[in-house]
Write a protein that binds this ligand. Structure first.
Ligand SMILES: NC(=O)c1ccc[n+]([C@@H]2O[C@H](COP(=O)([O-])OP(=O)(O)OC[C@H]3O[C@@H](n4cnc5c(N)ncnc54)[C@H](OP(=O)(O)O)[C@@H]3O)[C@@H](O)[C@H]2O)c1
Length: 342
């Protein structure tokens, strides 16, 4: 297993992280079923720890709280060695205050997560979404109070636009509060949107990027092809998220499968190793729907792609530059470019 420092924190995390959103039983969103109960969760978590995984990602919203509860049970006896990431902000109840990032909800949500996780602290606490109603000032103060209380060790943002993350960081710096250490974002060979704003922002501010849905919900595992667009029992057949441009997506899968065949490894390993080759990416959080997928995904830990393989995948998955990227690309200054080695 490879380890890295998470962004501007001193926290050592495994580059492969287990997505505890996989844990629980029932339909969490229309078309999205989970089927891993307590016994399975305990076996899976123990196996992931044996393989060197120390970062486990959950949220109060996953499977109605089951994800945190099962993770807490499965981590009994292991907690001291483990880095727990969890989240708040998505709706978890019917009262108006049961969602969002008000000081009241953040504190309440954290207390509830600590109980479910059976722990006194959460290592990385993510704000799972934005809250257009609560001033960012209040959000930052609530987060800092949690850090000062020791209930949370560091704060991170999930799914925030880069400009709002910049506002948060500015407020934290201006008040000497603990700065966000990371952003948890969707990134994959078939979803490279974050390269426009989030990646440069993260690199400029030394923030780690924790990647969610690295396999695009299974699309990049090799089982979705032009011939088998809806494999029986597979999640995307009933819940086609994250969105994929299929024409382009199958061409990317062709390249992933070709590299996997040459390297004698799983296509999923190639998809995750491409992400781990990106300097901005700290950890890649994969999910599973059944136990046998765990070993196949953990195998990615040993795969380091060559520069040529990364370049082939970059080319197959390239997206047209978006404004202002294309105009900036058209008008490079030769002196500046030379200094930058471009
Ligand atoms: N911050 C956020 O907003 C956010 C959002 C989503 C997820 N997350 C985090 O990211 C984690 C992972 O998300 P994800 O589950 O969408 O990730 P993913 O790794 O892209 O997709 C996992 C799905 O792919 C299929 N799969 C996985 N390994 C496979 C293999 N070796 N062979 C064949 N199929 C395989 C399984 O579905 P089937 O077997 O049904 O095909 C599995 O449920 C979550 O648990 C959560 O911790 C965060």
């Amino acid at each position: 297993m490879q380890y890295t420092i998470l962004g501007n924190s001193g926290l050592l995390v495994s580059r492969l992280a287990f997505g505890a959103g996989s844990l629980g039983v029932g339909e969490t969103l229309p078309g999205l079923r989970k089927n891993i109960g307590e016994d399975g969760a305990k076996r899976i978590v123990a196996k992931a720890i044996d393989a060197g995984v120390n970062l486990f990602d959950s949220s109060d919203a996953y499977t109605g709280g089951q994800s945190e509860t099962l993770l807490g049970l499965a981590l009994e006896g292991h907690r001291e060695k483990i880095v727990i990431s969890s989240k708040c902000g998505l709706r978890v109840g019917t009262a108006p205050t049961d969602a969002g990032l008000s000081r009241r909800h953040i504190v309440e949500a954290c207390e509830s997560s600590l109980k479910r996780l059976k722990t006194d602290w959460i290592d990385v606490y993510h704000l799972h979404t934005i809250d257009p109603l609560t001033p960012i000032d209040e959000i930052a103060r609530a987060c800092e109070a949690l850090v000062q209380s020791g209930k949370v060790r560091s704060i991170a943002l999930s799914n925030w636009p880069a400009w709002m993350a910049a506002q948060m960081l500015e407020i934290q710096r201006g008040t000497n509060a603990s700065p966000i250490c990371a952003m948890q974002l969707y990134y994959s060979l078939v979803g490279r949107d974050i390269e426009t704003e989030h990646v440069p922002f993260a690199e400029a501010n030394n923030l780690g990027i924790m990647v969610w849905s690295p396999l695009a919900g299974g699309f990049l595992t090799g089982k979705y092809t032009r011939e088998t667009p809806n494999p029986e029992g597979a999640r995307r057949s009933t819940f086609s998220q994250p969105p994929v441009d299929l024409d382009k997506g199958y061409a990317i899968v062709d390249e992933v499968i070709a590299i996997a065949a040459a390297r004698e490894c799983e296509p999923s390993s190639v998809a995750m190793a491409w992400l781990m080759a990106k300097p901005a990416v700290s950890s890649v959080i994969f999910g599973i729907s059944r136990e046998e997928q765990l070993d196949r995904n953990l195998a990615a830990a040993d795969l380091v792609l060559t520069a040529d393989e990364v370049a082939r995948l970059d080319a197959a998955s390239a997206t047209p530059a978006r404004f202002p990227g294309w105009i900036l690309g058209m008008t490079p200054d030769p002196v500046t470019s030379k200094l930058l080695g471009l």
